[in-house]
Design a protein around this ligand. Structure first.
Ligand code: SAM
Length: 235
């Protein structure tokens, strides 16, 4: 699978997308990540990617033309099923299920905004607008890295042991992963639950299943359709 990222700061992503399992998967040719400097797709001597917003207002807006030229140049290089995503706080919220479905594609083209965002006409050239959360970042680069990492993890051959993915949070149900422990068996009076040291795999599986639901209830009750504030208000 190939990832193409259009950004004015390609160097910011170079190291981040070359470490750990991503770096290994790139070296092994399982995934290909291409970083593109958006300024390469400008057509003026100053390589301008931004301009003042029509109607006034604070800040500058990214122009639509460099993005569209960039998309067209990348599309000419990548065959098959390719999706184009704009990273934006105005997009729909990224889900694990998106990462799983994008991992089956041939390519993903990611557009990173900066300043006050991108000229709205970009929406005519993309497949989806994706937000990584209800907060505003200075640019789309970190959001693009999140999309690449989440999608690459779901691409066969990237994570060595696929069953480690299957026990992850959100894998096939709206539920968090189970709490995990490693050595030592006791640290400052905090003990690893006995069952995990028992060697009884049926009991360990049942314990983990129950703990995963408990943790979901405690930290993310809304995933279970519960509103704890409302429930406590109602006694
Ligand atoms: N004026 C925009 C608004 O109010 O929605 C915010 C623009 S933000 C400062 C600049 C760029 O950062 C965006 O174009 C987008 O690419 C990126 N960005 C910021 N927050 C993001 C988020 N939560 N998810 C994805 N991308 C985000």
């Amino acid at each position: 699978m190939r990832f193409d990222i259009l950004t004015i700061f390609p160097e910011a992503l170079r190291e981040l997308l070359n470490i750990g399992i991503l770096g290994q998967a790139r070296a092994a040719g399982v995934i290909d990540v291409q970083l593109h400097d958006l300024r390469e797709y400008t057509d003026d001597p100053h390589r301008l990617v931004d301009d003042r917003p029509y109607g006034g207002g604070a800040g500058m807006l990214m122009k639509v033309e460099p993005f569209v030229r960039g998309i067209e140049a990348i599309r000419a290089e990548v065959d098959g099923d390719v999706r184009i995503l704009l990273l934006s706080p105005q997009g729909r919220a990224l889900k694990q299920s998106d990462a799983a479905s994008w991992a089956t594609l041939d390519g993903l083209i990611l557009l990173c905004g900066r300043y006050e965002g991108v000229d709205e006409r970009i929406t005519a050239f993309i497949d989806d607008e994706i937000s990584i959360g209800d907060y505003v970042l200075a640019g789309g680069e970190t959001a693009a890295a999140v999309v690449v990492e989440a999608t690459a993890r779901m691409t066969p051959g990237v994570v060595g042991k696929y069953d480690s993915i299957q026990s992850d949070s959100f894998y096939d149900k709206p539920r968090l992963g189970a709490p995990q422990y490693t050595r030592p068996p006791e640290f400052r009076g905090l003990k690893v639950p006995d069952v995990l040291l028992s060697g009884d795999h049926a009991k360990i599986d049942a314990f983990r299943e129950a703990e995963a639901w408990k943790k979901t209830m405690k930290n993310r009750p809304e995933l279970l359709g519960l509103n704890l504030e409302e429930m406590s208000d109602n006694g």
